[in-house]
Design a protein around this ligand. Structure first.
Ligand SMILES: [Fe+2]
Length: 225
């Protein structure tokens, strides 16, 4: 993705968050120059747990159709890792008909929440033992705590306010009918190790630097000295 495209997507996202009355942390508005002046010891949680802006086109160069806009609000680690904060929260935006591609998580259990806007559509398959799509066995999910059984490959619709709990090894893709503000509340998130995409695609985009950074993506944190 070009940096200019990422910058514009963030600006548009900021507008949508404002319209939706979803307020981001103060540091979300820092410029790249401000980030570079910060003492890394003070902001180590943001840097190490990769809080912040996260735009992906899954390396396919077609963000408008296959992509996802995310902002990680909070994220932690296990007590065993010396940092007892076992949860994560993200806020996401999907454009009308924009798809987050089919994947599951080996470890993360997540609630996906329609926070407002259009209808959120989710398609599900159980994973087989060798991580293929199980096109036979029905899928069991909980929608706001109520059990639902859906046929393999079936589509669930979530209206604003509704949410679904996704267990481990449940393949899911999702898209918006209309622009949707999406919440995610989950176990600890690790996007480097815990995404099993059905198609072999990267989680993070390559970036072509054609203009200065507006706000850094989490993958830009490694460039802070
Ligand atoms: Fe997921």
């Amino acid at each position: 993705m070009k940096r200019s495209e990422i910058n514009q997507i963030i600006r548009d996202g900021e507008d949508f968050f404002r319209q939706s009355n979803f307020c981001l942390p103060e540091w979300s508005f820092w410029s790249w120059e401000t980030w570079q002046k910060k003492d890394k010891k003070d902001i180590h949680e943001i840097l190490e747990k990769e809080l912040g802006w996260d735009i992906t086109d899954f390396g396919l160069n077609n963000f408008r159709e296959k992509g996802l806009f995310l902002f990680t609000v909070r994220n932690g680690a296990t007590a065993e890792a010396g940092y007892d904060k076992p949860y994560c929260e993200k806020i996401m935006i999907l454009e009308d008909q924009q798809v987050c591609l089919l994947h599951f998580h080996w470890d993360k259990v997540e609630d996906i929440i329609n926070r407002g806007g259009g209808t959120l559509k989710l398609q599900f398959y159980n994973a087989t033992a060798d991580e293929a799509l199980d096109k036979v066995s029905p899928v069991v999910v909980y929608v706001d705590g109520i059990k639902q059984v859906i046929q393999a490959g079936g589509v669930l619709s979530l209206a604003p306010g509704q949410s679904v709990t996704l267990p481990q090894r449940l393949y899911h893709s999702f898209w918006g009918e209309g622009k949707v503000l999406i919440g995610e509340v989950s176990k600890i998130n690790d996007d480097h190790t815990d995404n099993r995409f059905y198609e072999s695609i990267p989680r993070f985009p390559e970036i072509e630097e054609d203009e200065p950074i507006y706000h850094p993506l989490t993958k830009d944190y490694s460039r802070l000295s």
